[in-house]
Design a protein around this ligand. Structure first.
Ligand SMILES: [Zn+2]
Length: 271
Protein backbone atom coordinates (compact mmCIF):
# COMPACT_ATOMS: atom_id res chain seq x y z
CA UNK A 1 0.00 0.00 0.00
CA UNK A 2 1.37 3.39 -0.94
CA UNK A 3 2.05 5.75 1.95
CA UNK A 4 -0.55 8.25 0.89
CA UNK A 5 -3.22 5.59 0.94
CA UNK A 6 -2.69 5.49 4.70
CA UNK A 7 -4.45 8.87 4.72
CA UNK A 8 -7.70 7.07 5.41
CA UNK A 9 -6.18 5.25 8.36
CA UNK A 10 -5.18 8.46 10.06
CA UNK A 11 -8.62 9.94 9.64
CA UNK A 12 -7.99 12.05 6.58
CA UNK A 13 -10.56 10.99 4.04
CA UNK A 14 -10.73 12.47 0.59
CA UNK A 15 -14.45 12.91 -0.11
CA UNK A 16 -15.11 10.47 -2.99
CA UNK A 17 -17.73 12.62 -4.70
CA UNK A 18 -15.47 15.65 -4.99
CA UNK A 19 -12.44 13.61 -5.98
CA UNK A 20 -14.40 11.97 -8.76
CA UNK A 21 -15.69 15.36 -9.90
CA UNK A 22 -12.19 16.78 -10.16
CA UNK A 23 -10.95 13.74 -12.04
CA UNK A 24 -13.69 14.15 -14.61
CA UNK A 25 -12.83 17.83 -14.91
CA UNK A 26 -9.12 17.16 -15.48
CA UNK A 27 -9.39 14.14 -17.74
CA UNK A 28 -11.97 15.91 -19.90
CA UNK A 29 -9.10 18.05 -21.14
CA UNK A 30 -6.74 15.15 -21.83
CA UNK A 31 -6.17 14.78 -25.58
CA UNK A 32 -4.73 11.26 -25.15
CA UNK A 33 -7.57 9.45 -23.35
CA UNK A 34 -10.31 12.05 -23.97
CA UNK A 35 -11.35 11.92 -20.37
CA UNK A 36 -11.65 8.16 -20.05
CA UNK A 37 -8.53 7.81 -17.94
CA UNK A 38 -7.61 4.71 -19.94
CA UNK A 39 -5.72 4.18 -23.17
CA UNK A 40 -5.45 1.13 -25.38
CA UNK A 41 -1.92 -0.18 -25.73
CA UNK A 42 -1.12 -3.50 -27.47
CA UNK A 43 -4.78 -4.39 -27.25
CA UNK A 44 -4.94 -3.78 -23.48
CA UNK A 45 -6.52 -0.98 -21.50
CA UNK A 46 -3.93 0.92 -19.48
CA UNK A 47 -4.13 3.83 -17.08
CA UNK A 48 -3.52 7.12 -18.91
CA UNK A 49 -0.63 9.34 -17.80
CA UNK A 50 -3.07 12.15 -17.02
CA UNK A 51 -4.44 10.09 -14.12
CA UNK A 52 -1.01 10.08 -12.45
CA UNK A 53 -0.72 13.83 -12.98
CA UNK A 54 -4.12 14.29 -11.41
CA UNK A 55 -3.21 12.15 -8.42
CA UNK A 56 -0.03 14.21 -7.98
CA UNK A 57 -2.02 17.47 -8.08
CA UNK A 58 -4.39 16.13 -5.41
CA UNK A 59 -1.44 15.15 -3.19
CA UNK A 60 0.17 18.59 -3.64
CA UNK A 61 -3.03 20.27 -2.50
CA UNK A 62 -3.32 17.94 0.48
CA UNK A 63 0.31 18.81 1.30
CA UNK A 64 -0.42 22.55 1.37
CA UNK A 65 2.11 23.20 -1.41
CA UNK A 66 1.34 26.33 -3.42
CA UNK A 67 2.79 26.87 -6.91
CA UNK A 68 5.66 28.93 -5.44
CA UNK A 69 6.48 26.25 -2.86
CA UNK A 70 6.39 23.54 -5.53
CA UNK A 71 9.40 25.18 -7.22
CA UNK A 72 11.58 24.77 -4.11
CA UNK A 73 13.00 21.35 -4.81
CA UNK A 74 16.28 19.54 -4.12
CA UNK A 75 17.34 20.00 -7.73
CA UNK A 76 16.79 23.78 -7.41
CA UNK A 77 18.75 23.99 -4.12
CA UNK A 78 22.13 25.63 -4.78
CA UNK A 79 25.09 25.25 -2.44
CA UNK A 80 26.98 28.02 -4.25
CA UNK A 81 25.08 30.65 -2.25
CA UNK A 82 26.84 29.59 0.95
CA UNK A 83 30.06 31.36 1.88
CA UNK A 84 33.07 28.97 2.12
CA UNK A 85 33.10 28.92 5.92
CA UNK A 86 29.44 27.80 5.99
CA UNK A 87 29.50 25.44 3.02
CA UNK A 88 30.22 22.23 4.93
CA UNK A 89 27.40 22.99 7.35
CA UNK A 90 25.01 23.50 4.42
CA UNK A 91 26.20 20.25 2.80
CA UNK A 92 25.56 18.29 5.98
CA UNK A 93 22.10 19.82 6.33
CA UNK A 94 21.24 19.03 2.70
CA UNK A 95 22.44 15.44 3.14
CA UNK A 96 20.33 15.08 6.30
CA UNK A 97 17.25 16.37 4.45
CA UNK A 98 17.77 13.88 1.62
CA UNK A 99 18.39 11.01 4.02
CA UNK A 100 15.21 11.95 5.90
CA UNK A 101 13.22 11.67 2.65
CA UNK A 102 14.70 8.21 2.02
CA UNK A 103 13.76 7.13 5.55
CA UNK A 104 10.20 8.39 5.06
CA UNK A 105 9.76 6.70 1.70
CA UNK A 106 11.04 3.45 3.16
CA UNK A 107 8.71 3.83 6.15
CA UNK A 108 11.53 3.90 8.72
CA UNK A 109 11.55 7.58 9.73
CA UNK A 110 11.01 7.93 13.48
CA UNK A 111 12.70 11.27 14.15
CA UNK A 112 12.28 14.53 12.31
CA UNK A 113 14.58 17.49 11.72
CA UNK A 114 14.98 20.97 13.16
CA UNK A 115 16.60 23.55 10.88
CA UNK A 116 17.83 26.66 12.66
CA UNK A 117 19.46 29.70 11.10
CA UNK A 118 18.91 33.35 10.21
CA UNK A 119 16.37 34.67 7.71
CA UNK A 120 17.36 33.83 4.14
CA UNK A 121 19.63 30.91 5.01
CA UNK A 122 17.63 28.32 3.04
CA UNK A 123 15.73 26.61 5.88
CA UNK A 124 12.28 26.96 4.34
CA UNK A 125 13.67 26.06 0.92
CA UNK A 126 15.02 22.76 2.25
CA UNK A 127 11.80 22.06 4.13
CA UNK A 128 9.85 22.60 0.89
CA UNK A 129 12.29 20.38 -0.98
CA UNK A 130 11.52 17.63 1.53
CA UNK A 131 7.77 18.17 1.09
CA UNK A 132 8.02 18.10 -2.70
CA UNK A 133 10.12 14.94 -2.71
CA UNK A 134 7.66 13.21 -0.37
CA UNK A 135 4.70 14.24 -2.54
CA UNK A 136 6.50 12.84 -5.59
CA UNK A 137 7.15 9.64 -3.66
CA UNK A 138 3.45 9.38 -2.70
CA UNK A 139 4.14 9.88 1.03
CA UNK A 140 1.58 11.87 3.00
CA UNK A 141 3.03 15.25 4.09
CA UNK A 142 1.53 18.51 5.35
CA UNK A 143 3.45 21.80 5.07
CA UNK A 144 2.16 24.67 7.21
CA UNK A 145 3.51 28.01 8.47
CA UNK A 146 3.30 28.04 12.27
CA UNK A 147 1.60 31.46 12.74
CA UNK A 148 -1.00 30.49 10.11
CA UNK A 149 -1.61 27.15 11.82
CA UNK A 150 -2.03 28.74 15.25
CA UNK A 151 -4.34 31.44 13.91
CA UNK A 152 -6.46 28.89 12.05
CA UNK A 153 -6.78 26.67 15.12
CA UNK A 154 -7.48 29.65 17.40
CA UNK A 155 -10.18 31.11 15.17
CA UNK A 156 -11.87 27.73 14.93
CA UNK A 157 -12.18 28.11 11.20
CA UNK A 158 -9.06 26.19 10.31
CA UNK A 159 -10.15 24.10 7.41
CA UNK A 160 -7.83 22.38 5.01
CA UNK A 161 -8.64 23.95 1.64
CA UNK A 162 -9.91 22.20 -1.46
CA UNK A 163 -11.70 18.95 -1.14
CA UNK A 164 -10.86 18.19 2.47
CA UNK A 165 -13.50 20.50 3.89
CA UNK A 166 -14.42 18.14 6.70
CA UNK A 167 -10.89 17.83 7.99
CA UNK A 168 -9.91 20.42 10.54
CA UNK A 169 -6.42 21.81 10.10
CA UNK A 170 -5.51 20.71 13.63
CA UNK A 171 -6.38 17.10 12.88
CA UNK A 172 -4.47 17.34 9.62
CA UNK A 173 -1.37 18.61 11.45
CA UNK A 174 -1.68 15.93 14.13
CA UNK A 175 -2.21 13.04 11.77
CA UNK A 176 -0.03 13.78 8.73
CA UNK A 177 2.54 11.04 8.15
CA UNK A 178 5.11 13.87 7.96
CA UNK A 179 4.39 17.38 9.29
CA UNK A 180 6.46 20.39 8.28
CA UNK A 181 6.18 23.34 10.67
CA UNK A 182 7.71 26.36 8.96
CA UNK A 183 8.81 29.43 10.89
CA UNK A 184 8.48 28.50 14.53
CA UNK A 185 9.47 31.99 15.60
CA UNK A 186 9.07 34.69 18.14
CA UNK A 187 5.30 34.94 18.18
CA UNK A 188 3.21 36.38 20.91
CA UNK A 189 3.28 33.26 23.07
CA UNK A 190 0.33 32.87 25.37
CA UNK A 191 -0.36 29.85 27.55
CA UNK A 192 -2.82 28.72 24.89
CA UNK A 193 -0.15 28.90 22.14
CA UNK A 194 2.38 27.02 24.23
CA UNK A 195 -0.15 24.34 25.17
CA UNK A 196 -1.35 23.94 21.58
CA UNK A 197 2.19 23.44 20.27
CA UNK A 198 3.08 21.11 23.11
CA UNK A 199 -0.03 19.02 22.56
CA UNK A 200 0.66 18.77 18.81
CA UNK A 201 4.33 17.79 19.22
CA UNK A 202 3.60 15.44 22.09
CA UNK A 203 0.92 13.66 20.06
CA UNK A 204 3.26 13.24 17.10
CA UNK A 205 6.11 12.01 19.28
CA UNK A 206 3.86 9.45 20.96
CA UNK A 207 2.72 8.18 17.57
CA UNK A 208 6.23 8.19 16.07
CA UNK A 209 5.14 10.62 13.35
CA UNK A 210 8.17 12.67 12.26
CA UNK A 211 8.06 16.48 12.15
CA UNK A 212 10.35 18.91 10.34
CA UNK A 213 10.63 22.34 11.97
CA UNK A 214 12.30 25.53 10.74
CA UNK A 215 13.11 28.42 13.06
CA UNK A 216 15.15 31.63 13.22
CA UNK A 217 15.58 31.10 16.93
CA UNK A 218 18.32 29.27 18.80
CA UNK A 219 17.41 26.37 21.09
CA UNK A 220 17.95 28.68 24.08
CA UNK A 221 15.53 31.23 22.66
CA UNK A 222 12.99 28.51 21.83
CA UNK A 223 13.30 27.29 25.39
CA UNK A 224 12.52 30.78 26.68
CA UNK A 225 9.49 31.18 24.39
CA UNK A 226 8.02 27.70 24.43
CA UNK A 227 9.09 26.31 27.77
CA UNK A 228 11.27 23.38 28.71
CA UNK A 229 8.75 20.57 28.22
CA UNK A 230 8.13 21.52 24.58
CA UNK A 231 11.83 21.94 23.85
CA UNK A 232 12.60 18.57 25.37
CA UNK A 233 9.94 17.07 23.07
CA UNK A 234 11.47 18.80 20.05
CA UNK A 235 15.00 17.65 20.87
CA UNK A 236 13.78 14.08 21.46
CA UNK A 237 11.83 14.19 18.22
CA UNK A 238 14.18 16.06 15.85
CA UNK A 239 17.82 16.05 14.84
CA UNK A 240 19.11 19.62 14.90
CA UNK A 241 20.93 21.20 11.93
CA UNK A 242 22.11 24.76 11.49
CA UNK A 243 22.35 26.82 8.31
CA UNK A 244 24.38 30.02 8.30
CA UNK A 245 24.88 32.79 5.76
CA UNK A 246 26.23 36.31 6.00
CA UNK A 247 23.92 37.51 3.26
CA UNK A 248 20.26 36.64 2.75
CA UNK A 249 20.13 34.14 -0.15
CA UNK A 250 16.82 35.61 -1.35
CA UNK A 251 18.50 39.01 -1.69
CA UNK A 252 21.39 37.46 -3.63
CA UNK A 253 18.97 35.74 -6.02
CA UNK A 254 16.94 38.91 -6.48
CA UNK A 255 20.14 40.86 -7.23
CA UNK A 256 21.23 38.25 -9.78
CA UNK A 257 17.82 38.24 -11.43
CA UNK A 258 18.03 42.02 -11.72
CA UNK A 259 21.49 41.75 -13.33
CA UNK A 260 23.20 43.38 -10.36
CA UNK A 261 26.48 41.89 -9.16
CA UNK A 262 25.75 39.79 -6.09
CA UNK A 263 29.27 40.35 -4.80
CA UNK A 264 29.32 42.31 -1.56
CA UNK A 265 26.12 44.36 -1.76
CA UNK A 266 26.11 47.05 0.90
CA UNK A 267 24.56 45.63 4.04
CA UNK A 268 21.35 47.19 5.18
CA UNK A 269 20.81 48.77 1.78
CA UNK A 270 17.41 47.09 1.59
CA UNK A 271 18.24 45.94 -1.94
ZN1 LIG B 1 -5.55 10.99 -20.21
Amino acid sequence: MANWQRLGEIGFNLPPRQTAGREEEATAECPICRGRGLVLQDGRARRCRCMDERALAVRRRAAGLTAALQRQTFSAFELRYYEPQFLEMARRTLAAAQEFVRECLEGRARRGLLFTGPVGSGKTFLACAIANALVEGACDVFFVVVPDLLEAIRSGFGRVPEGEANTRIEERARGAAVLILDDLGAHNYTDWTRNTLYSLLNHRLNHELPTVITTNLSLEELDAYLGERTISRIVQHCRVYRLLVHRDIRHLKAAQAAGVSPVAPPRGSGA
